[in-house]
Design a protein around this ligand. Structure first.
Ligand SMILES: Nc1ncnc2c1ncn2[C@@H]1O[C@H](COP(=O)(O)OP(=O)(O)OP(=O)(O)O)[C@@H](O)[C@H]1O
Ligand SMILES: [Mg+2]
Length: 234
């Protein structure tokens, strides 16, 4: 883990306005995330965990405040620039995998690469590497419905890492999996963190899953409390 900051969030305010109603989710949130950390985020339902991941990943913007990524304020980027920034730096992993049902594993993994200017051969090579890393080389031609939940999540991880982003944002990545399968997925995330230096921010309700991270944050009433800071436990 380096001491360099990947994220520096300053005085983040987030309000959702619906009709005449305005809900304040964050009001003066400050957090920093160091490069190469595996951070877990726990907190009650509705506390703003997904909202925070969306802001970190540049799919939602704060109402005010600054999100500095490697010193650059991403909340001021235009839509096109933000999309480019996202494609280069961020991989998303969701609870229900969000795979395209009509595409096989390798086609799903290839999707993020279609936004880039790469040859078919380059794309194939990256897809093969990503599927190998998650241990699914032998399932490349399977459709999502022909894969187990754990295997579908592996495809989703391969899709998230195929363009080699610095950051993986995971929203309840093991929420739909049994304990054994969840452990395998968490070990894969740990490997991506330790061996490949990916910074990981993972939302989870499960304290066992959170223990795989090396920083555990608890979100409560719009503020974070750091619970522990130790080397990851496997
Ligand atoms: N687009 C939106 N418009 C209006 N309100 C929203 C919007 N998105 C989220 N909210 C509200 O913001 C709050 C935080 O939502 P968020 O999805 O971030 O919670 P969460 O911590 O991820 O919860 P869970 O653990 O249930 O997934 C909720 O009260 C939700 O209703
Ligand atoms: Mg959520």
């Amino acid at each position: 883990m380096s001491n360099e900051l990947l994220f520096d969030l300053k005085n983040i305010e987030k309000r959702f306005v619906r009709g005449r109603e305005s809900i304040s989710i964050f009001d003066g949130l400050n957090i920093t995330i160091k490069k190469g950390t595996f951070v877990s985020i726990m907190g009650p339902s509705g506390s703003g965990k997904t909202t925070l991941l969306n802001m970190l990943g540049g799919v939602d913007r704060p109402t005010s405040g600054e999100i500095l990524f490697e010193g650059q304020a991403i909340q001021n980027l235009g839509e096109g620039e933000l999309a480019k920034w996202r494609a280069r730096h961020v991989g998303f992993i969701f609870q229900f995998y969000n795979l395209m049902p009509m595409l096989n594993a390798e086609k799903n993994v290839e999707l993020p690469l279609l936004l880039k200017n790469l040859s078919k051969a380059q794309r194939n090579k990256s897809v093969e590497t990503a599927l190998k890393l998650v241990g699914l080389s032998d399932r490349a031609r399977h459709l999502p419905k022909e894969l187990s939940g754990g295997q579908q999540q592996r495809v989703a991880i391969a899709r998230a890492i195929v363009s080699d982003p610095d950051l993986l944002l995971c929203d309840e990545p093991t929420g739909d999996l049994d304990r054994t399968t969840a452990t395998e997925i968490l070990e894969t995330l740990q490997l991506l963190n330790k061996e490949f230096g990916k910074t990981i921010v993972m939302v989870t309700h499960d304290p066992v899953a959170a223990s795989f991270a090396n920083v555990s944050l608890h979100l409560d009433k719009g503020q974070f409390i750091e619970q522990q800071s130790s080397e990851a436990v496997a």
